[in-house]
Design a protein around this ligand. Structure first.
Ligand code: SF4
Length: 389
């Protein structure tokens, strides 16, 4: 059985818990210009081999203990490139090796270019009940700058096919802060996204990561300045609010009841396991990450070893600090008395100076015993959250 740690009145309690499970599918047709995730070119033989090794990793990991899985998330990379046989094999292995909660949320990240009627039907057969569609923009010029392989025209039939043959539970990913993007173009993308009637929207500002194509070419592009990016972010909040999407996390919006259960588990500081190269896990007070190299991954599994590059026990103070940083990302905030009772940790006392500073500058608020970021803090949340580390 699997346990999480809870501290009550100085005593450590072990509480049976359910886990979220992430599977990394590291293959893409082409690297996007902004992408710093671990992804490699799709090659049929390599994918065949990978699925066999993924099965090995899951079997090796699950051979020691019994777990209950409450959400499954297939991300990447481009998991929508997988054939029915591959996807079915992964899901079957998970079901064979773990206990699964009733009605688990099972999400598949999908590139619009991979959607067709057969694929959508197959996803449903495999038990996929949530699709996260990587749209990013409705403007072909912006998609080109981002190096995406799809164009606007694949988005509309893609959404319809998913709704008709797989699930209505669709999340759209949108990006702002793209070179040459204007506020007007951004609102056009937002409105087109809303017209597709998704249940959930995630939206992040483009960040230029070292080693990416855009990082090398950034002098050739004009990026929206910080004020424009901030305006775009607040446009996002405003337009989605007017269309009945409530913001439950800094970058995530949902119709009531359609929040991402998988991502909420991360933000609530719950335990999760990741399989595949470059995946991360957090369980038994350990942070674990796998090698970000598929050949090293194969080599470890050939030796009957888990492909773990780092495994670090975290102290109770790191655990508490993570809980606070993640909890503040959520719009519901952190219930102070409940937190104190559960973890024997008084946030107001321990972070007195930081909280005082941000309360007086209007970046934090305490309402009904809940510590929360204010609206004006949301766009600059990283610098505020860093003071709780
Ligand atoms: S599809 Fe996703 S993982 Fe693949 S290169 Fe593009 S951003 Fe990266």
């Amino acid at each position: 059985m699997y346990y999480s740690i809870s501290v009550l009145g100085g005593y450590i309690l072990f509480v049976a818990t359910k886990l979220s499970l992430y599977i990394h599918i590291p293959f893409c047709i082409k690297k996007c210009n902004y992408c710093s995730f671990y992804s490699i070119p799709y090659k049929t033989k390599l994918v065949d081999k990978y699925i066999t090794y993924l099965k090995k990793e899951i079997e090796l990991f699950s051979s020691e203990q019994n777990y209950t899985i409450k959400t499954i998330y297939l991300g990447g990379g481009s998991p929508s490139l997988l054939s029915f046989t591959h996807l079915f094999k992964i899901i079957t292995t998970i079901k064979e090796k773990f206990s699964i909660s009733e009605n688990p949320e099972v999400t598949l990240e999908v590139n619009p270019i991979n959607v067709n009627k057969t694929a959508a039907k197959n996803w449903k057969i495999c038990g996929i009940n949530r699709i996260s569609l990587g749209i990013q923009s409705f403007h072909n010029s912006e998609l080109k700058i981002l190096g995406r392989i799809h164009s606007e025209k694949e988005i509309y039939p893609g959404v319809e096919l998913i709704k008709e043959h797989c699930t209505e539970n669709i999340s759209l990913d949108l990006m702002y802060g793209i070179p040459f993007q204007t506020k007007k173009r951004w609102t056009t993308s937002l409105k087109k996204a809303i017209n597709l009637k998704p249940k959930h929207i995630s939206s992040y500002c483009l960040s230029i990561e070292k080693g990416t194509y855009l990082a090398d070419k950034q002098n050739e592009y004009t990026f929206p300045d910080e004020k424009t990016q901030s305006d775009m972010y607040y446009q996002l909040i405003d337009i989605l609010k007017r269309n009945k999407f409530y913001q439950y996390e800094i970058s995530n919006f949902a119709q009531t009841g359609f929040e991402s259960k998988h991502n909420l588990a991360y933000w609530n500081g719950e335990e999760y396991i990741g399989f595949g190269p470059a995946s991360h896990s957090f369980y038994n007070m350990k942070r674990v990450n796998n090698y970000s190299d598929i050949y090293k991954y194969f080599e470890c599994l050939d030796n009957q070893e888990l492909p773990v590059e780092n495994s670090k026990e975290i102290s109770m103070s790191e655990f508490i600090s993570d809980k606070i940083v993640l909890g503040l990302r959520l719009n519901k905030g952190i219930p102070l008395s409940e937190f104190k009772k559960k973890y024997n940790f008084d946030i107001e006392r321990e972070y007195e100076q930081v909280i005082k500073k941000f309360l007086s500058s209007g970046y934090l608020t305490i309402q009904n015993d809940k510590l929360k970021l204010t609206s004006k803090a949301l766009f600059v949340s990283n610098s505020i959250l860093s003071e709780f580390v």
